[in-house]
Design a protein. Structure first.
Length: 409
């Protein structure tokens, strides 16, 4: 069962585990609702009489829109251009058509976008004309595409080379020639960067501080793990060092090589039959089940500061606060000390999801191992904890021994 919206940092996988620790109360407050997975799970289990969701983003409105059936007839194909044009005003586009559901970058790379578009047209519209342009005759089903994946990949890559990269060369030969050409120029490029550094009278450490990436600066000037800076970094370096050349040809070669390397990864993919955007949409449409529970009248939504939500008596407050000391939340935008102080002032029980909390103020009542998507490592696991306030335990507001425990899964 999927809970809530497709969302970076969603509690979808552990929603049942979280809800299983909630004491019986009349009202439920999800003050950092995000994708609303925990609220969705609690509503399906009829855990509370009323539900209140709050977030600083537009996700709470997105959640209620999905429940009310706004996306029942959604079938659009969203191109890269559509995404950047619409994402600031269309939450469905911003979340369901972004990479990792983070709302920042388009869902598909430019190398795979034509394939996904053709697949969307075949599967959603019953239009196979784009597949036929690749030289592929398919019914668009996952079974057919998986069965003929090797043949279809070869045909698609051949089409991409000819129609996008404008090349009739053999794929492997073209990639090898580009790698050799860039490698042959590497010593000349490194010497050029070093000369620019010398003429500007700067040190590598100064360059690192200027770029905000101290460890990377050495890669631009030393032989060990040498690499030519990206075009974006190079433009920044031009404002600091003596670097008059634009190197458009080299960057053109690099761009072409990156496209070929992406196509090489495409050759190894085993999921060409998948449409990630359609999976997200199906997840949204599944939220319409809540209509049959007559839950909308029991659901209230807010958008803003958690401290502005008025809490009723006989309530449970759940706070999935931003994880401290993770890359996604390292800009200092969340005031943890103020949150801790606010939590201690509450007269209703508060349960907090976090990796760690100040031991002198909070007690961890349980934990579960969870794969972290915020730390960039696909095999990195953290202990996701549920914490309560020690002062609330002392006052009898919270009685952890009364919480129903679920078997960890």
């Amino acid at each position: 069962m999927n809970y809530g919206l497709p969302y970076m940092g969603s509690k979808n996988k552990i929603a049942e585990w979280v809800v299983g620790h909630f004491p019986e109360k009349k009202h439920f407050y999800d003050l950092f609702a995000g994708g609303c997975a925990v609220t969705h799970c609690a509503m399906l289990k009829s855990k509370f009489n009323t539900y209140t969701i709050n977030d600083i983003s537009r996700m709470t409105e997105f959640f209620t829109d999905a429940i009310s059936g706004k996306y029942a007839d959604e079938r659009r194909w969203i191109s890269r251009e559509d995404f950047f044009r619409l994402k600031d005003n269309d939450e469905y586009v911003r979340i369901c058509w972004s990479f990792g559901n983070k709302g920042a970058n388009y869902l598909y790379s430019k190398e795979i976008e034509p394939w996904k578009k053709a697949l969307h047209h075949a599967r959603v519209y019953g239009d196979f004309s784009l597949m036929e342009e690749f030289g592929i005759r398919t019914d668009g089903t996952r079974i057919d595409i998986k069965k003929n994946a090797a043949e279809y990949k070869k045909k698609y890559i051949r089409w991409y080379l000819k129609n996008v990269l404008k090349s009739t060369a053999d794929y492997e030969k073209l990639r090898s020639n580009l790698e050799i050409k860039i490698k042959d120029n590497s010593e000349k490029l490194r010497a050029y960067l070093l000369e620019g550094l010398r003429k500007a009278g700067k040190t590598q450490a100064e360059v690192g501080r200027f770029l905000g990436t101290n460890r990377m600066a050495g890669h631009y000037f030393g032989r060990s793990q040498w690499e030519f800076p990206t075009r974006e970094v190079y433009i920044k370096l031009q404002s600091l060092l003596y670097l008059p050349e634009n190197y458009d040809e080299i960057y053109g070669l690099q761009s072409l090589l990156e496209s070929l390397q992406s196509l090489q990864r495409l050759q190894r993919l085993q999921s060409l039959e998948r449409l990630e955007s359609l999976q997200s949409l199906e997840r949204l449409q599944s939220l319409e089940r809540l209509q049959s529970l007559q839950s909308l009248e029991r659901l209230q939504k807010f958008r803003g500061d958690y401290r502005n939500v008025k809490i009723q008596p006989d309530s449970l407050i759940y706070c999935d606060i931003p994880y401290k000391n993770t890359a996604e939340y390292s800009d200092g935008g969340f005031d943890y000390e103020s949150f801790y102080d606010w939590a201690e002032k509450q007269s209703e029980p508060v349960i907090i999801s976090e990796y760690a909390m100040p031991a002198e103020r909070f007690e961890r009542i349980d934990f579960i191992e969870k794969r972290s998507l915020l730390s960039g490592g696909s095999n990195l696991f953290h202990e996701e904890g549920l914490f309560v306030l020690k002062t609330q335990i002392e006052k009898g507001i919270f009685r952890p021994e009364k919480i129903r425990q679920l078997e960890l899964w």
